[in-house]
Design a protein around this ligand. Sequence first.
Ligand code: KG4
Ligand code: ZN
Length: 337
Amino acid sequence: MLGVETSCDETGVAVYDSHAGLLGHALHSQVALHQAYGGVVPELASRDHIARVLPLLDATLEQAGLGLHELDAVAYTRGPGLAGALLVGAGVAASLAMAVGKPLLGVHHLEGHLLSPLLSEPELDFPFVALLVSGGHTMLLQARALGDYLLLGETVDDAAGEAFDKSAKLLGLGYPGGPELARLAERGDPRGFDLPRPKLHSGDLDFSFAGLKTAVLTRVRQLGPEPGEQARADLAASTQEAITDVLAAKAAAALERSGMRTLVVAGGVGANLRLREKLDAACARIGARVHYPALQWCTDNGPMIAYAACRRLQAGLARARHDYAFDIQPRWDLAEL
Ligand code: KG4
Ligand code: ZN
C-alpha cells in the first residue's frame, strides 16, 4: 500500500506491507518555509507539496526495493486539511493508481493519527479510548472498532496544539511553537505563574483553551517588553503545565466513564514529554495502559496513511475508487466514517 500525506505542512510518502510491515518512507517538513510567517501559508504549502512529492516517492520506492507496478493499491489523505494541499496528494495518488491500474483509497487524516501507535505495536487492539491532540484537533474518542469512533468530548475553541503555538508566539518563540515552548519550559518553574485550567471541573469531557491564551497574553504584557530569561521560562513551564493538566485529567475521566482500560494517544502534542509523564501517572493510578506513537509518527507522516488504508482494505471497509476521480474533503467529521 502506497500512502501519500499532504494535508498540511508535511509531505509524507510511505509503502506499508500487510505482512512485512513498513517497507519505506520519506518525509519533508515545511517548517522552515512557513517560519517567517509565524504559521502555515496555505498557497505556499500547496506549491511545496507539488515540488516535493515525486522525489519523496522515488526515495520511498527505492528504500522499499519496489517498482511502481509492484504496488497493490494507492492511498492518500482525503481530509480534513487544507484544500489546496489535499488536492496535490489526491491528484498525484489518483494519477499513480491510474497509471498502474490499481485501486485508489482516500484516508481520513485523523484515523491515520489514531492508528499510528499500532505502527510500532501491531498487537494493540480495539476497543480503546483515544486522546487525539494535534494542531487542529483536540478530542477524546471511544474507539470501539476500526471505523467505529464515538466522540466523547472535544475542544469548544482552540486545539491543544494551537494553545501551545499561540502561547509560544506570545513568548516570542518560533513556529511551530509546541516543541519550542516545551524546550524553554525545561528551564522554568511550572508553578511560577498561576494560570487557569479551563473546564477542568466542568464535569464533561470537552476542552477550552482560548481563555488560557488570553491569560498568557496578560502575563506577557505584565512582564513588559524585556522580560528576564527566567520569567519567560517560568511562563512557558506554567503554560505547558496548565495545558497538560487538563488533557491528562480529562483523558483519565474518559477512561473511568467508559469503563475502558486502554488509552491511545495520537497527534503532534502527543510528543510532549510532560504530557506523557502525566498520562503515565494517571493511567498507573487507575490501572489503565497507555500507548503512544513512536515520536517520529506523532506529527504528520506517510506511514500512518498507508497503514490506515491497509487496515481498512483488509477489514473490507475501504471504498476503493476505480474511476480515479480524486476527491477531497477538507472538512470531515471522524464520526461520519
Ligand atoms: O498532528 P500534527 O503534526 O499536525 C496536525 O495535524 O495538526 O500536530 C502539530 C501540532 C503543532 O501545534 C505543534 O506545536 C504540536 O503539534 N507539537 C507539540 C510538540 N510537538 C509538536 N506540542 C507540544 N509539545 C511538543 N513536543
Ligand atoms: Zn495531523
